[in-house]
Design a binder for this molecule. Structure first.
Ligand code: NAD
Ligand code: GLY
Length: 366
């Protein structure tokens, strides 16, 4: 498959999507980067995948070593960030060094921010091993960590030099994590897919062994590359499209103490934002049914557990980056499935949306 090119002038790069790519990482690095190479990997996939990548890099003639990071959202912390920076300093990694993130979005966001910060920035490469990271977090250069006060409150825009998405790694991904990644796939179908080809396909449900999974991932990465090309630093209103479902989603994720996976919380956020779009008169009710059915077909949640406290969600929302200067939530709403609109402040208060998610224990319509 042809790489997807992310066209950002001097910060341009390719996203390779395919199978059997891990063994080729070393070869890909030649002529692109200098050593030493530091792999920052999710501890649970080191023996499965990081060792393979490390061997291929060593065979390509680089000095390489691996730093392991505990799995899970809690690693996107200032403590883990400082620990990794200290490791690099202790091992005297020079400015010519390269960091490779191997894992899901947690590792990519954390390792990317380490790469952006260490010696004011060293070369960074992403090797995503979750569906979510392949279609979203490994592309576009958003890196960062969480604070106890909220998600992604500290970070940097820092583009990778290459992204290598090997679909073979998805064979070991737990099905709940695969579904969480599908939430971001559905997001692309909802925000920028006016002929609804992607949305119609994913609405049927997608499984890791589907023959067209590579095409689906390529479709998502192409949409993201196009949005990022036009608004790399989220200043022109376009990149904010990617925040569809994230306004409430991040707050739910934080208020649930990360019991909801990122993609699961985003699924709920998208459901609420679709409902708000109908309430604002932008969207017919059938679109809400279509969204609900697409989430159900991909085993995503359709209502919010009462154990997640509404007060905590509202307080997390207040600290979110997407609150406007007037203190109002900036919603991303749908004008139709496949077309979204950013910066909507005119709609109902967030507590109505939370109430909607508690009360509407949706069942998919057959
Ligand atoms: P994750 O990184 O926590 O990975 C999910 C789980 O899968 C982990 O337990 C991990 O150990 C395991 N895992 C990873 N690859 C595996 C494999 N191939 N086989 C078996 N297990 C595997 O979560 P995620 O869903 O990939 O990413 C979520 C994070 O991404 C959140 O922190 C979110 O904020 C961030 N994110 C960032 C962006 C961005 O633009 N930077 C976009 C979307 C999400
Ligand atoms: N995941 C949102 C963005 O990259 O802008």
């Amino acid at each position: 498959m042809k790489p997807v090119h992310v066209d950002l002038g001097p910060r341009s790069y390719d996203v390779l999507i395919g199978r059997g790519l891990l063994d080729q990482v070393g070869k890909q690095l030649k002529d692109k980067v200098k050593g030493p190479v530091v792999i920052i990997a999710d501890q649970s996939i080191i023996t499965l995948y990081a060792t393979k990548v490390e061997n291929s890099i060593r065979e390509a003639g680089f000095h390489v070593f691996t730093l392991s990071v505990p799995s899970g959202e809690r690693s996107k912390s200032s403590e883990e960030f400082s620990r990794l920076l200290s490791e690099l300093a202790k091992r005297k990694v020079p400015r010519s060094g390269t960091i490779i993130a191997i894992g899901g979005g947690v590792i990519g966001d954390l390792a990317g921010f380490v790469a952006a910060s260490y010696l004011r920035g060293i070369t960074f490469i992403q090797v995503p091993t979750t569906l979510l990271a392949m279609v979203d977090s490994s592309v576009g250069g958003k890196t960062g960590i969480n604070l106890p006060e909220g998600k992604n409150l500290v970070g940097a825009f820092y583009q990778p030099k290459l992204v290598v998405a090997d679909l073979d790694t998805l064979k070991t991904l737990p099905s709940r994590e695969f579904s969480a990644g599908m939430a971001e796939v559905i997001k692309y179908g909802a925000i920028k897919d006016e002929d609804e080809v992607l949305f119609d396909r994913v609405a049927k449900g997608v499984k890791p062994d589907n023959y067209d999974l590579d095409k689906i991932i390529e479709n998502c990465v192409t949409i993201k590359a196009d949005i990022v090309k036009n608004d790399e630093f989220e200043t022109r209103g376009q990149r904010a499209l990617l925040n569809f479902g994230h306004t409430l989603g991040h707050a739910i994720e934080n208020a649930s103490d990360y019991e909801y996976l990122h993609g699961e919380a985003i699924a709920l956020g998208m459901l609420a934002a679709t409902w708000l779009s109908t309430q604002a008169g932008l969207l017919p009710n059938e679109a809400l049914t279509a969204m609900r059915n697409a989430l159900a077909a991909n085993d995503l949640p359709l209502y919010l557990r009462h154990s997640v406290n509404a007060g905590r969600i509202l307080s997390a929302l207040e600290k979110d980056k997407k609150i406007g200067p007037d203190g109002r939530v900036q919603w991303v709403l749908l004008e139709k499935i496949g077309k979204a609109k950013t910066g909507c402040t005119e709609v109902i208060e967030p507590d109505y949306a939370i109430d909607f998610l508690y009360k509407e224990a949706f069942k998919p319509k057959s």
